[in-house]
Design a protein around this ligand. Structure first.
Ligand code: FAD
Ligand code: FES
Length: 278
């Protein structure tokens, strides 16, 4: 059992952060890695990225958006409650090296996944420009943390309620037009955002890494649920990723596979909200 030692609600209660006692995972975890969580005995397994770790205190942080049954169930947990299983750290850590100028672009809850990666690129001696975006000001997360983790933070909102009025990719384009020293773009967020971002950086011929979020089941490379096509090859996101060369990813296939269980997910959420036992 894994105890929740702190809970924080964000983005108008659509996003939630837990600090969880998990000393073995905290000791080994590196930026870009994730855990698989099973909330209770009958719970499904869901992958969540570690948004931070404190090896000294033996804790890990996860930040999740409430999108369906399991994330709604998790949000109902409070400080002192226990999560049944947490497996990790999983996935290949982010390959961080000193490159020069790196742009880290996070959209929506993707900012949570981006935060430890941004910190790591700054600590490795890069000049880090971060761009974070949300639909509206109240849904923006981790602004202060991302400011500290980067040298230059730009903020966008789709509705113009805060920062630049528009998309993260508008600001990325301005920066790519203004400077020719960008060595790497890292993009993490909704699939349409990552797809568009990669299309743009390909035109500028700037290397781009994305973190993919297909459906995962075992997260050990055995079941094939998380398969993605990268450069025409089948890769398993749980063991070969989650980060891949964005210019090689088949995003259209990823979207189709993410939607494979929409009917079942809706039934499950309706039953949960209606209080029907599992
Ligand atoms: C490596 C990785 C890291 C992730 N990190 C984060 C994170 O830090 N924060 C965050 O908010 N979300 C993250 N996700 C997405 C998160 O796992 C899903 O939002 C969650 O599983 C939804 O479960 P649900 O029961 O609440 O919703 P459901 O109603 O079951 O599903 C909603 C949508 O979530 C996706 N999904 C459902 N089940 C799974 C599953 N077992 N594996 C992956 N995706 C699933 C599908 O696209 C689905 O349509 C990550 C996904 C991956 C693969
Ligand atoms: S989740 Fe089963 S192979 Fe990746």
């Amino acid at each position: 059992m894994f105890k929740i030692v702190a809970k924080r609600e964000m983005a108008e209660r659509t996003v939630c952060e837990f600090k969880i006692e998990a000393p073995d995972i905290a000791r080994k975890a590196e930026p870009g890695q994730f855990v698989v969580i099973r909330a209770n005995e009958t719970g499904e397994r869901i992958p969540l990225t570690m948004a931070g770790t404190d090896p000294g205190a033996g804790t890990i942080n996860i930040i999740f958006q409430v999108v369906g049954k399991t994330t709604a169930l998790l949000r109902s947990f409070g400080e002192g409650d226990e999560i049944m299983d947490i497996i990790g750290p999983l996935g290949v850590p982010t390959h961080v090296e000193k490159l020069g100028t790196v742009i880290c672009v996070g959209g929506g809850t993707g900012v949570a996944v981006m935060y430890p990666i941004t910190k790591a690129y700054k600590e490795a001696g890069n000049h880090v420009i971060a761009i974070i975006g949300a639909r509206t000001k109240d849904l923006l997360i981790l602004e202060e943390e991302m400011k500290a983790a980067s040298h230059d933070l730009r903020v966008t909102t789709d509705d113009g309620s805060y920062g630049h009025h528009g998309f993260v990719t508008d600001v990325l384009k301005q920066i790519l037009d203004d400077r020719n020293d960008v060595e790497l773009v890292v993009g993490i967020g909704p699939v349409p955002m990552m797809k568009f971002l990669c299309k743009m950086t390909k035109e500028y011929d700037v290397k781009t890494v994305v973190s993919l979020n297909p459906i995962m089941v075992d997260a050990t490379g055995m079941c094939g649920a998380c398969r993605v096509s990268v450069g025409g090859r089948t890769r398993f996101c749980c063991v070969d990723g989650p980060e891949f060369d964005g210019h090689q990813v088949d995003f259209d296939e990823l979207v189709k596979r993410q939607r494979a269980y929409l009917t079942e997910e809706k039934i499950s959420m309706d039953q949960f909200m209606g209080g029907i036992p599992e």
